[in-house]
Design a protein around this ligand. Structure first.
Ligand SMILES: [Zn+2]
Length: 308
């Protein structure tokens, strides 16, 4: 009875779960374990990663907004290297938090990586047959996606915008999942307010800080960032047209923010391993994203500004 009363008095404490380093570690260690064989597009492990993400979305109570349930299937093409199986099945995983609002904010991260080094883009001298774990790239971003979905789905608040959580397939083959979605959207593109992309947010370096691209893609961003403080260092960068899936949204004239902790010697190598992820810093990056998202949701729908 007393416990019940406690639940009634403090529902926010029970349900609004801010990102946790422990969960981030768990997601990254699952997605980037050797058993996942690098989540190459078309592989069974890539499909397992999609299923893992769908299970979480389902658990949070998100509405499926793919074309078949949470999934949006497409055929990806390997173009950078010549392989017999250049056409590979791929999927986006899409969950919707419906707040009954007219406009929607997209939060996205790609979940594919380079697999066993047979789809191009590896920086290893002999990549074939080596597991490219992709812990930073981009299990770290998927962990962020899952934590933000969990937070907003569980906070019992009706935000003034809907949120669309998307795990993209085939990013490493050239933004193919995000482009496919934008050319075959499951809700009208005109209703999208802006897109937040996380790609490689696990290698926080206090000397550099976390970079936030896309600051110039709407004149509203300066008001959103004004006076925002964080225990971690961050800096903004005006362009939003490079680095990851945010570039595909930018090309459709949708404002973006792109979170990235920077390059490192393990980038696109088999050594991009789970133990190298700074989960404590990532937790603070995600808290910062929540602050920025909450502030952005106090603003009217953004107007896109191209960045030269
Ligand atoms: Zn990536």
């Amino acid at each position: 009875m007393r416990f019940f009363l406690f639940l009634c008095l403090f529902p926010a404490i029970v349900s609004a779960q801010h990102p946790s380093a422990k969960r981030i570690r768990r997601y990254v260690h699952y997605l980037a374990s050797d058993a996942m064989n690098g989540r190459g597009t078309g592989s069974p492990e890539n499909a397992s990663a999609a299923q893992y993400i769908e299970n979480q979305f389902r658990r949070y109570g998100l509405k499926p907004l793919g074309t078949t349930g949470f999934r949006q299937s497409f055929t990806a093409k390997v173009r950078r290297v010549v392989v017999p199986d250049s056409l590979r099945p791929a999927e986006n995983v899409i969950g919707f938090l419906d707040n009954g609002a007219p406009y929607t904010i997209v939060v996205g991260a790609h979940y594919d990586h380079l697999g066993m080094g047979r789809q191009g883009s590896s920086l290893d001298s002999l990549p074939q047959g080596k597991i490219h774990n992709g812990a930073d790239d981009n299990a770290s971003g998927v962990a962020g996606l899952l934590e933000l979905a969990r937070y907003y789905a569980g906070n019992r608040k009706k935000e003034p915008y809907n949120l669309l959580f998307m795990a993209f397939g085939a990013e490493e083959l050239g933004l193919q999942g995000s482009r496919y979605f934008l050319n075959n959207p499951t809700l009208p593109l005109a209703t999208l307010n802006f897109m937040v992309c996380m790609d490689m947010i696990g290698r926080y370096n206090p000397e550099r800080g976390v970079g936030i691209g896309g600051y110039g893609t709407s004149d509203t961003w300066p008001a959103v960032f004004k006076g925002v403080a964080s225990p971690i260092r961050f800096f903004t960068d005006r362009p939003g047209n490079g680095g990851s899936d945010n570039a595909a949204f930018y090309a459709k004239q949708i404002p973006v923010l792109f979170f990235h902790t920077g390059g490192h010697p393990d980038y696109h190598k088999p050594s991009d391993d789970p133990d190298t992820i700074n989960v404590e810093a990532e937790k603070h990056i995600l808290d910062l994203e929540i602050t920025l998202l909450d502030r952005a949701m106090q603003q009217p729908k953004m107007v896109f500004t191209p960045v030269k």
